[in-house]
Design a protein around this ligand. Structure first.
Ligand code: MLC
Ligand code: AMP
Length: 465
């Protein structure tokens, strides 16, 4: 059994301990099915999971944890290009999928929710890779973040402490099960704590309102949509804690939520590579625009452009760097990219710009570059979308930026120098045939040329302006 999550009888079980999109299972049944699958995959170098919002995804992920086999969650809407990259780069030997996905070239095994096994698997060592999470960088194809069992355990225990999360909680969310927020916090967190979890399928305001939970997770786009739906928002008044993360929560949304629900939301900050490192505490001050204090075991510092330490005065802006037991083990097959994320003394460079006040409260000001876009809480590399556009025969040049958007935080906008006849819709659809749906540009602006500096580099700042 995995030390990260287990059923040990200490937590009372029930038939609807885990509910995903209307399907329910007890913890015991879940672990029985996961162990049966673990029996079949044990010894594999890695397994890929078509990570749709289903109990199958939960069982398959647990099977990997139990067997000590790294799990690679694959976005169910990923286009053939992105999917082929993830499957070959990760070295997955098998694809676990609730339904057919025939074009992958990998052997596929179904996930049987009714199977049961009581075999005992040896506990994986703490440094065993639990998950390989694909995430976008500024350029090129997504990189596989190696996340070990011990980091996930440390990260979840820090949140349990910060949020006073107990087995009495009922966690509700509807986030994708292939990223840290939905999968690590939203599934493994609940299983580690022993709280019930109800996944709503999609994170619609009405579904959150009907769920009757105590602890709610959402990205800012979800909270912004709830804040615009007063009836759904008021239904959350009986909750214990509303938690926002993955992108900045706009201060007006914080205010509106507080007004309608009676709860000042908790905001927390993290990254795929670091898990959640900074959070407002349930028993602490909840200040709009701030993400709170480092969680237990995490150290943070701010570093200026000249490499010197910045004052923690609430005003001086620097790069946020992190030293934490929750850190990844590196990017799979990418030693140079991994080395670039670390300082000489071993701290992780987040690429986020922040201030810290005299009481240690953190405020994220923005990102250092323009090439990582956050749209609806999804991280999108401008370079990957540009590459997909350039593969179209009627595109000569392309530059992709994130533009401020009231609902999504940022929206993806592509500037394209055409080479022949092509429409905006054709280019948006072209991106979607290769990459995940959320990487599609919302808008394509056709231009005669792109603004470049003397070195020939595209000046994205001018495009944004
Ligand atoms: C989108 N649509 C488009 C389009 N883009 N149609 C045409 N052209 C385009 N360019 C379609 C969508 O497919 C959808 O259709 C409809 O438009 C509405 O899209 P949307 O506005 O994006 O809304 P929605 O699909 O409801 O998604 C919003 C959301 C989603 C918030 C639910 O973005 C989401 O799940 N975000 C969570 C991301 C996340 O988990 N991040 C965590 C990363 S981990 P249709 O037909 O489908 O309705 C991390 C660590 C940490 O960051 O700190 O947590
Ligand atoms: P991802 O790897 O998808 O988890 O994206 C990580 C990035 O999301 C971080 O580097 C931040 O830029 C952003 N992020 C996450 N949480 C917050 C937050 N609460 N406030 C501002 N930005 C955030």
């Amino acid at each position: 059994m995995s030390a990260l999550v287990s059923v040990d009888g200490a937590v009372p079980d029930r038939s609807d301990a885990v509910v995903v999109a209307g399907e329910a299972m007890s913890r015991e049944a879940l672990f029985g099915a996961a162990t049966a699958l673990a029996d079949r995959i044990v010894g594999a170098p890695a397994v890929a999971v078509r990570a749709d919002a289903s109990l199958g995804t939960v069982v398959a992920t647990l099977a990997g944890l139990v067997a000590g086999v790294p799990v690679v969650p694959v976005p169910p809407d990923s286009g053939p290009l992105e999917r082929a990259h993830i499957l070959s780069d990760s070295g997955a030997a098998l694809l676990l999928a609730p339904g057919p996905w025939t074009d992958t070239g990998l052997p596929t095994a179904p996930i049987d929710l009714a199977a049961r096994s009581s075999s005992t698997h040896p506990q994986p060592a703490p440094d065993t890779t639990a998950l390989i999470l694909y995430t976008s960088g500024t350029t090129g194809a997504p990189k596989g973040v190696l996340m070990p069992h011990a980091a996930i355990a440390a990260g979840l225990d820090g949140l349990v402490d910060a949020w006073a999360w107990t087995p009495d909680d009922v966690l509700v969310h509807g986030l994708p099960l292939f990223h840290v927020h939905g999968l690590v916090l939203g599934v493994l967190g609940a299983l580690r704590v022993g709280s019930r979890v109800m996944h709503t399928g999609r994170p619609k305001p009405a579904a959150y309102a009907q769920a009757g939970g105590s602890l709610y997770f959402g990205v800012p786009t979800v909270w912004s949509r709830i804040a615009q739906d007063p009836e759904s928002a008021r239904a959350l008044a009986g909750a214990r804690l509303l938690v926002s993360g993955s992108a900045p929560l706009p201060v007006p949304v914080f205010g509106r939520l507080a007004e309608l629900t009676g709860h000042r939301p908790i905001e927390r900050y993290g990254m795929t590579e670091t898990l959640i490192t900074v959070s407002t505490r349930a028993d602490g001050e909840r200040r709009p625009g701030f993400v709170g204090l480092p969680i237990a075991g995490v150290r943070t510092r701010l570093v200026g452009e000249d490499g010197s330490a910045c004052a923690h005065d609430g005003e001086t802006v620097g790069e946020l760097q992190i030293d934490s037991p929750t850190l990844f083990q590196g990017y799979l097959n990418r030693p140079e990219a991994t080395a670039e994320t670390l300082t000489r003394d071993g701290w992780f460079r987040t690429g986020d710009v922040a201030v810290i006040d005299a009481d240690g409260r953190h405020r994220i000001v923005g990102r250092a570059g323009t090439d990582l876009i956050k749209s609806g809480g999804y991280r999108i590399g401008a370079g990957e979308v540009e590459g997909a556009l350039l593969a179209h025969p009627a595109v000569r040049e392309a530059a992709v930026i994130g533009v401020a958007h009231p609902d999504l935080g940022q929206e993806i906008v592509a500037f394209v120098v055409p080479d022949g006849e092509v429409t905006e819709r054709q280019l948006i659809d072209h991106v979607a045939t290769g990459l995940s749906a959320h990487k599609r540009p919302r808008r394509v602006v056709f231009v005669a040329d792109l603004p470049r500096n003397a070195m020939g580099k595209v000046q994205k700042k001018l495009l944004t302006d």
